[in-house]
Design a binder for this molecule. Structure first.
Ligand code: RIB
Ligand code: CA
Length: 303
C-alpha cells in the first residue's frame, strides 16, 4: 500500500524543497495526493512546483496555492529575490494551480481519506494552522505530520547548533497551533538536518544524468549556493520527506515541544523536553551517509 501524502512547501527560496518534491515523486512507496504552497508569493511557488511536475511528465498531481502572510500578519516575509530564477520562463506564467485555496484543499483531502493522509510540512506552518483553525475535525482525521522544523538542542551536538530554525521563526504562532494540536508529529529539526549536506561531488553526479529535470535542479542548486556564497548546502527537507519512505535513517525520541512566540531574543525557539507520553517524536540521530546515498540515487534515477 502506498503512503498517501500532501507536501506543504515554500519552494523557490532554499533549493532543498525542489529536491524533496523530486524525491517524493520518484518514490514508488508514496502517493502524492497534492502539493500546497505557503509563505510569500504562493502563486509563484505553485508555478515552480507545476514546472517541476512538467519536467517529470506528471500532470495528475494537484497543486494549490496557500496563505501568503504569517498567521498574525505582523511579521515580515523573507524573500531574497531569486525565487523562480533558473526554472520559470515567461511561458510558465500560464501555469495555473487548482482553483481551490491550499487550506481548503488540505481540509477536503484529509476529510475524504480519514486516517490516511500524512502531511509533510517543509515550510512555515501557516497553511496547516489555518486548516486546524478552520476545520478542527482534521485533528482526528489526519494520520500524522512529518515536519522539517525546529531545533531541539538537547542531543550530543547541541553546542554546534543555532537556537532558532527558519520554518518555525517565520510563523511561530502557526507552529504553536500545530504543536499544541495533539496531532501525531515527527519533528525533523536542525539537530539532524545539518548533518546531511551535499557538495560539489554530489552535484557532479546529478549533472552527469543530463535530463531536463536534473539540469534544472543543478541550476537551482548553483543559484542557491551563489546566494549562500558556499559550495554545499543541507538537504533539510529531503531528510524529513525520507522519513515517509525509509524511517530507519532517523532515530527519534518522544518529547514535548513548546514554541516561544514572545521572548525579546527568542521568538521562534523550540523548547524541547523529553516526555515518553508525548505525541511528538523528535529526530535525534541520522544515518547521514546512508541517507545521502539514497537521495542522490533516487534523484539520479531515470524513472
Ligand atoms: O531551516 C531549514 C528550512 O528552511 C528548510 O525547510 C528550508 O527549505 C528553508 O525553508
Ligand atoms: Ca523549505
Amino acid at each position: 500500500m502506498k503512503k498517501k501524502i500532501i507536501i506543504d512547501t515554500d519552494t523557490g527560496t532554499d533549493v532543498d524543497d525542489a529536491v524533496a518534491i523530486t524525491l517524493a515523486l520518484k518514490s514508488p512507496e508514496l502517493k502524492v495526493e497534492g502539493i500546497t504552497t505557503v509563505y510569500g508569493n504562493t502563486l509563484l511557488r505553485a508555478q515552480i512546483v507545476l514546472k517541476l511536475l512538467k519536467l517529470m511528465g506528471i500532470n495528475d498531481v494537484p497543486v494549490a496555492a496557500g496563505v501568503e502572510k504569517p498567521l498574525l500578519r505582523e511579521r515580515d516575509i523573507w524573500w531574497p529575490g531569486h525565487e523562480g530564477k533558473g526554472i520559470l520562463t515567461d511561458e510558465d506564467k500560464n501555469l495555473k494551480p487548482v482553483d481551490k485555496h491550499a487550506v481548503d484543499f488540505i481540509i477536503e483531502k484529509i476529510m475524504e481519506n480519514p486516517g490516511e493522509i500524512t502531511l509533510v510540512t517543509i515550510g512555515p506552518l501557516t497553511n496547516i494552522a489555518a486548516a486546524i483553525i478552520k476545520e478542527p475535525k482534521i485533528i482526528e482525521n489526519v494520520k500524522e505530520i512529518v515536519m522539517m522544523g525546529g531545533v531541539a538542542r538537547i542531543f550530543d551536538n547541541a553546542p554546534e547548533l543555532p537556537y532558532i530554525e527558519h520554518n518555525i521563526k517565520c510563523d511561530p504562532e502557526a507552529a504553536r497551533v500545530v504543536f499544541n494540536s495533539q496531532i501525531p508529529i515527527t519533528m525533523v529539526g536542525l539537530d539532524v538536518t545539518l548533518k546531511v549536506p551535499i557538495n560539489r561531488s554530489h552535484l557532479q553526479k546529478i549533472k552527469n544524468v543530463g535530463t531536463d529535470l536534473t539540469d534544472t535542479l543543478v541550476r537551482l542548486i548553483e543559484i542557491w549556493w551563489e546566494f549562500l556564497k558556499s559550495d554545499s548546502s543541507c538537504m533539510h527537507d529531503p531528510l524529513a520527506l525520507s522519513y515517509c519512505i525509509k524511517p530507519e535513517f532517523l532515530e527519534t525520541m518522544n518529547c514535548k515541544v513548546i514554541v516561544e512566540t514572545q521572548g525579546k531574543h527568542t521568538v521562534g525557539q523550540t523548547i524541547v523536553i523529553p516526555d515518553e507520553n508525548s505525541n511528538i517524536k523528535v529526530a535525534c540521530g541520522v544515518d547521514s551517509d546512508g541517507f545521502i546515498e539514497f537521495l542522490i540515487g533516487r534523484i539520479c534515477s531515470k524513472n
